[in-house]
Design a protein around this ligand. Sequence first.
Ligand SMILES: Cc1cc2nc3c(=O)[nH]c(=O)nc-3n(C[C@H](O)[C@H](O)[C@H](O)COP(=O)(O)OP(=O)(O)OC[C@H]3O[C@@H](n4cnc5c(N)ncnc54)[C@H](O)[C@@H]3O)c2cc1C
Length: 474
Amino acid sequence: MMYQSIHFQSKGRATTNASNPEVIRKMKEIVGEENVWVDPQKVEPYGADAVKEKFPPEAVVFPESTEQVSRILKLANEYRFPVTARGGGVGYTGGAVPIEGGIVLGTDRMNKIIEINVDDLYVICQPGITTYNLQKEVEKYGLMFPPDPASYKESYIGGNIAENAGGMRTPKYGVTKHYVLGLEVVTATGEIIRTGGKTVKNVVGFDLTGLFCGSEGMLGIITEATLKLVPMPEATATVRANFRTMEEACKVLTKFTPLGILPMAMEVIDKYCIEAVEGSFAFGLSKEANAILLVAVDGSKEEVEKQARIIEEIIRKNGGFDVMRSRTKEEEDKLWDVRRAISPSLTKYGELKINEDVVVPRSKVPELVAGVEAIARKYNTFVANFGHAGDGNIHVNFVCSRNPEEIRRARACVKETFELAIKLGGTISGEHGIGYVKAPYLEMAVDKPTLEIMKAIKKVFDPNGILNPGKMFA
Ligand SMILES: Cc1cc2nc3c(=O)[nH]c(=O)nc-3n(C[C@H](O)[C@H](O)[C@H](O)COP(=O)(O)OP(=O)(O)OC[C@H]3O[C@@H](n4cnc5c(N)ncnc54)[C@H](O)[C@@H]3O)c2cc1C
C-alpha cells in the first residue's frame, strides 16, 4: 500500500532548458563535476517524496555554500529553468517534487552546525542537517529543539522550516516557526538576504522570517537558520488509557488545562488503528478498547509526578480504563510504540492510503472525528483516524483499492472532510502543507483577496516563476 495523490493528473516528464549542455556545463563549474547528476537512474529517486509519485528531474545539483546556491539561481533566471529545493524528501504533499521539470537542488551537503550558543539559547545551522542530528547535538548542552515531526530522522531543518512542521510536542511547544529567530535566504533571482536575527524580540520591519516558514520552497532557498532552544526538561512521563468510544477519549482533551496542566503531547488512536497494530505487532491491547489516549507531560520530577497523577484521575473519571503510567524512559517508549506502529500497520486495509491532516480547534475534535466517520459511511469508504488530537490535528486515513469507482468515492470523502474541518473553524492542513497534492483545494480554505496577496508575494520574490512551479496555486 502506498500513500498517493488521487487528485492530480501527471503530465509526464517535462524537459526544459536545464537539459541544455551549456547549462549543465555551467552548473558543473559552480558546484563541481561530481555534484551535478544527470544519469536517469541516479536522479530518479529525487523525483518523488512520501507521496511516491515520480516526476524525475533533468538534473540534481548539490551546492555546498550560499554563494553556490546564489549562482545556480542566477543561472536558472538567465536560462529560465525550474529549481525545486529538496531536504530529506519525506514531505507528504509533493513539495520537493519537480513536477514541471528542471533541477532539484539537494541541500545534503549543507549540513553543518555553525554555532550552539548556550548563554543566548540559539543554534545556527545549515538547512541540510536532519532534525534528529540537530536535536542530538544541542542535547549535549542540556538544550532542546522542540519541533519533532515523526519523520525527524529523515527530514531536514530546511524542509521543516519550509513546511512549518509540527510534531507530537506541539500542544505545549508549538510548531517550527515558533523557533525560527532568523534566516539567510537566497531569493529566486539569486539575491542573498537576511531576515530576523539572534534575539527572541525583533520588530524591525516586516516579519519576513515568518513569511518563509511554510513557504514550501516557493519564495527562496533557505541557506542558514538561527533557531531558538529551550532547556531540556528534567523529567517526562506518559499516561496511556483505553476508552470505549473515540468520542469519550477526545472529550478528555480539554479537561487538563483548567487544572493548570498543559500536556506536552496528547494523541488519540481509533479502533481500526488499534486492530491494525494489534494484528501486526501483538501488543496485547484489550479487545474492549475502541480508542486509546496518550498524554505526556514534562518538567521537574515533582511536577511530572503530580501532573501525571492528576491526569490518571481525570482519565479514569471520564471513562478511561486500563490506565498505565510510565516510570522509566524505557516504559515510556513502550507506551508510545503503539502510536509509532500505526502507519505501517494500516497496509492491511487496502492498496491506497490517502492520509489527510485536517486541523480544528481542539474542542472540536470529537465533532470532527464523528463527522469524518459519517462521511466514510455515506460513501462506503474505509477510514482510520489517529494523531495529534492535543492540537486538533487529526490524521484522517481513507483507504481504498485502485478501482476508479472506489477512488472517486475516496475523493468525495476528502472534499467533504475538508469542508467539515473548515466549518468547525479549522483548515485543510495542519502540518503537511499544500504542494501539488492539495493545490486543487486551496481556494476552499483561503479567500480570493488573500489568495491574490499570496500570489503577488510570490511574484515579488520570484518574478520569473523559477522556484517550484506548479505548486500551491496550480
Ligand atoms: C512517516 C512520516 C511522518 C511524518 N510526520 C510528520 C509530523 O509529525 N509532522 C509534520 O509536520 N510533518 C510530518 N511529515 C511530513 C514531512 O516529514 C514534513 O513535511 C517535513 O518537514 C519535510 O521535511 P523534508 O526535509 O523531508 O522536506 P522535503 O520533502 O524535502 O521538502 C518539503 C518542502 O520544503 C522545500 N524545501 C526543502 N528544503 C528547503 C530549503 N532549504 N529552502 C527552501 N525550501 C526548502 C521543498 O521545496 C518542499 O516544498 C511526516 C512524513 C512522513 C513520511
